[in-house]
Design a protein around this ligand. Structure first.
Ligand code: SAM
Length: 217
């Protein structure tokens, strides 16, 4: 199976402890979860959960931090569309979503059918981000499964696409990321029972940065 270990700084407990080739994986997408079914030859193995509706509190909190009325919002990774739904409640002028997995992309396209402010792009953010011409006021990167150097590079790669005052959240910042080392701007959320199961703590600090004079502060 196309999985390798990940040593990360994930602030979201629902996410994988292993790196998965999302692009080519046959994922099972259900109403409440997305998963890779267990290897039938491995008796000790269970399904590998990629996303679970239990973490709605986290997704909503991230969406609320980066979205704003009439703002342009960039989201990496559609998943179950929980954060996307919440971003829409803020009435953004434009909501761009990049999704790497074709089956999830199709779900996103279906979800966006009645939303004139949404553009869904199929691809890996690393390959498509340079083609985007919009400028954003909020960015949420919940694609937590990239290589460490790509996670670290994201903030610099997205910066030219952002307006001053833009808010940035990454679920995984990447180890040795100088931004993550600072991590002094955060919103502390109190977790509900569902979310606690995945995070193993009562509270969670969502780290965010704001683009100020061309720097993430
Ligand atoms: C944890 S889920 C996102 C959950 C979503 N925020 C929600 O509320 O349901 C991560 C998503 O990112 C996508 N993804 C992973 N790596 C990606 C990449 N490099 N570029 C674009 N999308 C990616 C996955 O296919 C998956 O849909």
């Amino acid at each position: 199976m196309e999985i390798e270990n990940v040593d990360g700084d994930k602030q979201a407990g629902h996410h994988l402890k292993q790196r998965v080739k999302y692009k080519i994986m046959n994922l099972v997408i259900e109403e409440d979860k997305i998963y890779i079914p267990r290897d039938p030859d491995c008796h000790k193995c269970g399904d590998t959960i990629i996303m679970h509706r239990d973490v709605t509190l986290y997704e909503n909190a991230c969406a609320d931090l980066i979205a704003k009325e009439n703002g342009n919002i960039l989201e990496i990774g559609f998943g179950l569309g929980i954060s996307a739904d919440r971003i829409q409640t803020h009435n953004p002028a434009k909501h761009v979503i990049i999704e790497i997995n074709e089956d999830i992309y199709k779900k996103a396209i279906d979800w966006a059918k009645d939303k004139s402010n949404v553009e869904v792009i199929l691809g890996d953010w690393k390959e498509v981000i340079s083609e985007i011409t919009d400028k954003f006021d909020g960015v949420y990167n919940d694609a937590d499964n990239d290589a460490n150097e790509d996670l670290v590079a994201f903030s610099d790669m997205v910066l030219p696409k952002c307006n001053d005052g833009c808010k940035l959240i990454q679920t995984t910042w990447g180890v040795k990321n100088p931004l993550y080392k600072k991590r002094d701007t955060y919103s502390r959320i109190t977790l509900d029972e569902d979310t606690k199961y995945w995070y193993g703590s009562d509270t969670l600090d969502i780290i965010y940065f704001t683009l100020t004079n061309n720097n993430w502060v």
